[in-house]
Design a binder for this molecule. Structure first.
Ligand SMILES: NC(=O)c1ccc[n+]([C@@H]2O[C@H](COP(=O)([O-])OP(=O)(O)OC[C@H]3O[C@@H](n4cnc5c(N)ncnc54)[C@H](O)[C@@H]3O)[C@@H](O)[C@H]2O)c1
Length: 356
């Protein structure tokens, strides 16, 4: 098992906060880091409504008022190498969690530039800053944790997806950038001794989630009385992972940095972090509808069949995602356990308050 790292009293840089996962992580870190300093860095891009990012940022600020740890928000892009160098020199983070990215599979078809800018150039800047954090004998960054994605499995037909599987058949530019990040991180880890862990997230959902993701956009459409479209005629299965499970997993990971194991290896590891329990899209939509009715967002006698359209497969999409979670459980003693109904209930309750 990896080298243990204390988070208490440490300086932790979280890029992509106040994004969905970043905001939830920072709130948890503020609770756990005692006298530490948590730095959020985000360019507040308008890929989806920035009001939601402001809402999450307000939640972080509120959390920081009752915590021992300090919080600093820096508005800027990881693609800005001068800014990133300055942030690392000024704050000297012990741990870096890179969640900043242009997310979304379908958007990459029409907006390729932003994926290259944030996911490739931005991540390269983070790696360079980690590399130079050791200059002049400084202790530097003790662990870099970065977001990869289940989309790297692309054209794989073997399920569940294991980190041992080949992942050189991405079916979207987004997936290709995430796979590239893993390769870049491996090379930097090998060359400069940066302890680094990549996490392949599987469809994360929950309160204050991302409006571009299916459960959220479906909620908005159903609430307006519009129809939702089930691609591949509903024959899709997704390994949904509830946000609190992701945060618990992330926290365990960032406290344990991989170590080099012989001259051929690097202090670099990649894990799946997913529910390990894929759900049929049609079942997911039924449970979502029931929970939206329960939360008062949809009327009691809402007829879902009148609001569903079937369509063929979309480019860039995968018919099934299914995480093999054995390695994660072995190394971190944790497997996501939140049931879909419980997770969607919390989402529906949050949504009904948010839209009021
Ligand atoms: N949510 C999921 O299901 C999921 C699944 C797989 C992978 N991921 C990955 O996890 C990470 C977090 O995802 P999320 O769901 O919280 O997405 P999110 O879009 O809510 O958060 C990402 C944040 O990064 C910021 N950002 C984008 N480009 C930036 C740049 N150049 N500089 C600084 N900030 C920038 C955005 O403003 C946003 O707030 C991303 O790397 C994403 O690709 C998420």
């Amino acid at each position: 098992m990896g080298k243990k790292i204390e988070t208490e009293g440490k300086t932790i840089l979280v890029t992509g906060s106040p994004g969905f996962i970043g905001a939830a992580l920072v709130k948890r870190l503020l609770r756990e880091c005692g006298s530490g300093h948590i730095i959020s860095l985000d360019n507040m891009c308008d890929y989806y409504d920035t009001a939601l990012k402001e809402h999450r940022l307000a939640g972080i600020e509120k959390a920081s008022e009752v915590c021992g740890a300090k919080h600093t928000f820096i508005r800027g892009s990881i693609a800005d190498s001068v800014l990133i160098r300055r942030v690392f020199e000024e704050y000297r983070p012990d741990i870096v969690v890179n969640l900043a990215a242009q997310a979304g599979v379908r958007y990459s078809i029409d907006h390729p530039d932003t994926y290259i800018e944030s996911n490739i150039i931005g991540f390269y800047n983070i790696l360079e800053a980690c590399r130079h954090s050791y200059d002049n004998g400084s202790e530097g960054v003790r662990h870099l944790v970065y977001a990869s994605s289940s989309s790297v499995y692309g054209g794989n037909t073997e399920i569940p997806y294991s980190v041992e599987d080949k992942t050189d058949m991405p079916v979207s530019l987004y997936a290709a950038t995430k796979k590239s990040d893993e390769l870049l991180a491996y090379a930097y880890s090998k060359l400069y001794g940066i302890p680094a862990t990549g996490l392949r997230f599987f469809t994360v959902y929950g309160p204050a989630g991302r409006p571009d993701m299916f459960y959220y956009s479906a909620t908005e459409k159903l609430r307006r009385g519009d129809a939702i479209t089930l691609f591949n005629y509903g024959n899709c299965r997704r390994d949904f992972t509830y946000i609190d499970d992701i945060i618990e997993g992330l926290l365990r990971v960032l406290k344990s940095a991989p170590e080099e194991n012989g001259s051929l290896s690097a202090a670099h590891a990649v894990y799946n972090i997913g529910g390990g329990n894929p759900v049929e899209l049609t079942e997911f939509v039924s449970v979502l509808t029931e929970e939206l009715i329960r939360a008062g967002i949809l009327p009691e006698r809402f007829d879902l069949t009148e609001h569903v359209r079937m369509a063929g497969m979309q480019p860039g999409d995968m018919t099934e995602t299914y995480a093999d979670t054995e390695a994660f459980e072995r190394d971190f003693g944790f497997t996501p356990e939140t049931e879909i109904r419980a997770g969607l209930r919390t989402f529906a309750e949050w949504y009904s308050m948010y839209v009021q």
